[in-house]
Design a protein around this ligand. Sequence first.
Ligand code: SF4
Length: 701
Amino acid sequence: MLKKKTHKTVCSYCGVGCGILVDVDSKGKIEVDGDPDYPSNKGMLCSKGRNLNYVAQDTSDRIMHPQMRWSRNHPLEKVTWDTAFERAAAVFKSIIAKHGPDSVGFYVSGQCLTEEYYLVNKITKGFIGTNNVDTNSRLCMSSAVVGYKKTLGEDSVPISYEDIELADCFLIAGANPAWCHPILYRRLEQHKEDNPNVKIIVVDPRITQTCASADLHLQILPGTDVILFNAIARWLIEKKKIDKSFIKKHTSNFNACKESAFTLSLRQAAEKCGVPVADIRKAAQYIGDANKFISMWTMGLNQSVIGVSKNVALLNISLLTGQIGKPGCGPFSLTGQPNAMGGREVGGMANLLAAHKDLGNPQHRKEVSDFWGGKEINSEPGYTATEMFNALESGKMKAIWVICTNPVVSMPNANKIEKALKNAAFVVVQDISHNSETTKFADLVLPAAGWLEKDGTMTNSERRISYLPKVIDAPGEALPDVEILWRFAQAMGYEGFDYKNAAEVYDEHCLLTKGTNIDITGLSHERLKNEGSFQWPVPHKTHPGTPRLFTDLNFPTNDNKAHFNAPKSLYNKSEETDIDFPLILNTGRVRDQWHTRTKTGKVKRLLTHVPQPYLEMNKVDAFLRKLKEGDIAVIKSRRGEVQVKVKINFDIRERVVFLPMHWGKVLNNDFGRANNLTSDLIDPISKEPDFKYCAVQVEKF
Ligand code: SF4
């Protein structure tokens, strides 16, 4: 029998962040299983996590060595790491000298480890002198971040997964956790099975797998979420199902919330949402009668031009009912990416500062720049995700460094992203796989180490920080992202980047959090290795971590109270449908694929669930277009088109269609890139793009 060594790590896919046991035998064969001792998943894994061994062992698509081209007319050719760093530093220095620091930027990923995020933020804000660092988390959670800050005074998920088993009512809005956060959903499903009186309300324009456990499904018209949440708030206030004492002592701005909630009658709201008024009353009654209420939401609320309004309207319900700061209740945003909160902790976005400090606060900026010993930090937010590519297209930005993400497939209005990258003077792509279509636009391709090939930390959706060890060697000349970043900083001549390992980067990040609301000075790689995961804050070396926030009902706002908000927009302000584009396109995930499929697309058994992109369409809309199940349809928007097979049912509302977001051009389908169609309209506050509402027409091919 071959000798095996077992390592504890965390899944590299969704924000649930399940613990995984990795066995490596003496011949290098890898097996994975759920970690029964890890609190978030208790040994369970979904299909994606369970097949991670195939991804880790298949190196057929891996980028093995740095590649560079001297001009766009030349092919990429193999170079040494030294040449790659020299060229990157020379081009960045020359562009910055000629056009200023805001002419360059970094676009990174929620799949990066916290240490990587920390360094890219330090290089950009602290040394280059621009805040042009943004991430694909902008496409995921930025509306929730603003909602939390406006309501609770801090970007934080207040609850733990263990609160699921304590609650008796759930409102799941704009989310399909059965497919997208499967292990959390398993916990919820089991809880409902054990306690049939638990109520689950699902809000979604589609009947999804999550509806299988629902007591009530509100199949609202896309974009009407604020109207629905306000109607629920109105009913709670009218029926006196609110926690008056909590509202009086621990909140402010109740009247503004009430005024907003009373803008429409329940009947008017029901008509606008396209659901029976009795169902709105029933949902409100479930919430009003609950002892412990949890709201769960994700991209259906966040990815909207009114994403912040949707978030604050939902958060108002937790405040009205006083359902926060106690076991078994609270708002719970479900995060899409594995390092759900780590990037936000280090301030790795264009409008954030490290350690949850405030970019707009001169004292905070000084504290961070003094700590780093670099330049004064610019007070103006940098370009956010879509703004960054607009700036490349217009020529305001000249160079971009893309790390661990594939914007050519994942960004809205993808044809525009291609144009922007073609227009850039210099594109660096740091990734693990040639399957990322973005590498085709690169002047410099840097091979990065992947999951199990480097060490560092991630924070999942319940603020749980875990250490991910290096288990195997990276193929070819691939290096850990953290090392690529510090060697680039050294090549730029910056001081303070002479790290020897990721642990030193982590120690620096922890120190910067001292005295903040996310203080983790009690953590280190060593402690995480020896004692397992911790939920922040962890302010000293014997601190056990913090399962719940705001238990003293003191909120980090100017008056120590939670703030009700009156949602600025009741109505969706996405593009209008018309006679040419009469249908509303909604995009999203399928169960067994992940992001742009650079990893899951390699695993044969994950292709059996949904092998190809498809358009889900109501039978009535299909009939009107003479479309039958399996026909190829052409879907057109004002920006582009795709061609996919149609899947016809009554699970989706009339005049709404759904297309999965995973497919691009590289992996076996040239025509299914959903983001050919989507619009790059963004929420004006969170700058999160609206992937959930664009006007399209569908025709038979
Ligand atoms: Fe990985 Fe998410 Fe599945 Fe857990 S639920 S195994 S974190 S993909």
